[in-house]
Design a protein around this ligand. Structure first.
Ligand code: AMP
Length: 201
């Protein structure tokens, strides 16, 4: 794997009502990252897939850093026992903090919060503002429809074909290290190809 990747941001569901398959995948991802000594940055929650990935990474000897907005600490405790837990003003600051300190983004299955974070990373990458790998953990094909829709967006020329290189997916969490190592290089020059130009079909 590329030496450059030392810290990854993990986006993941807060839901506590998920099938064990998803929880199992989150645990396996945490273990894989922890054993590889890749530090994790995440939303700081103790529930759902967020809690599962953090717990197993810590148990495997990894570093896990949480960033949680103050209002959420009033309705739920942040994960106790993290390497660090930063309390910030709001969701926007949290999202920026999670991304700015990271070399790559990993999305476990999740709901609208995970989608929003994932789409911001994709958008910044398209504009050459975030350059790291973006890997979806496609447990049980959860993200198949999203991946198909993104391809549809390219086919309909809302994005350029080169933008399909911005993200990759793996079906098993243990494939994450090789996915991070083989993700196509991306540069700040992406801004030159961000816009879709040319005639309509
Ligand atoms: P969702 O996929 O809709 O459950 O949202 C999860 C994502 O949004 C995580 O990656 C977090 O960064 C953020 N998030 C949403 N809800 C919470 C919560 N209750 N505690 C901590 N982070 C949350």
């Amino acid at each position: 794997m590329s030496k450059a990747i030392q810290r990854v941001t993990v986006y993941a569901a807060s839901s506590q009502a998920l099938s064990p398959d998803y929880i199992n995948a989150a645990r396996r991802l945490g273990k894989t990252l922890g054993e590889a000594k890749l530090a994790i940055m995440y939303g700081g929650g103790g529930h759902g897939l967020m809690g599962a990935v953090a717990d197993s990474a810590l148990a495997a000897g990894g570093e896990v850093h949480g960033v949680i907005p103050e209002f959420l600490t009033r309705v739920e405790a942040g994960h106790a026992g993290l390497t660090s837990l930063e309390v910030v003003d709001n969701m926007r600051t949290r999202k920026a903090r999670m991304l700015e300190a990271s070399d790559a983004v990993i999305a476990l299955p999740g709901g609208c919060g995970t989608f929003e974070e994932l789409f911001e990373a994709m958008t910044l990458k398209r504009l050459g503002q975030f350059l790291g790998p973006i890997i979806l953990i496609n447990t049980g094909g959860y993200y198949d429809l999203l991946l198909e829709f993104l391809k549809h967006s390219v086919d309909e020329r809302f994005m350029n074909r080169t933008h399909l290189n911005m993200w990759q997916s793996v079906s098993e969490p243990e494939q994450i290290l090789s996915a991070l190592g083989t993700a196509p290089a991306w540069s700040a020059g992406a801004i030159a190809e961000a816009a879709v130009t040319g005639s309509s079909r």
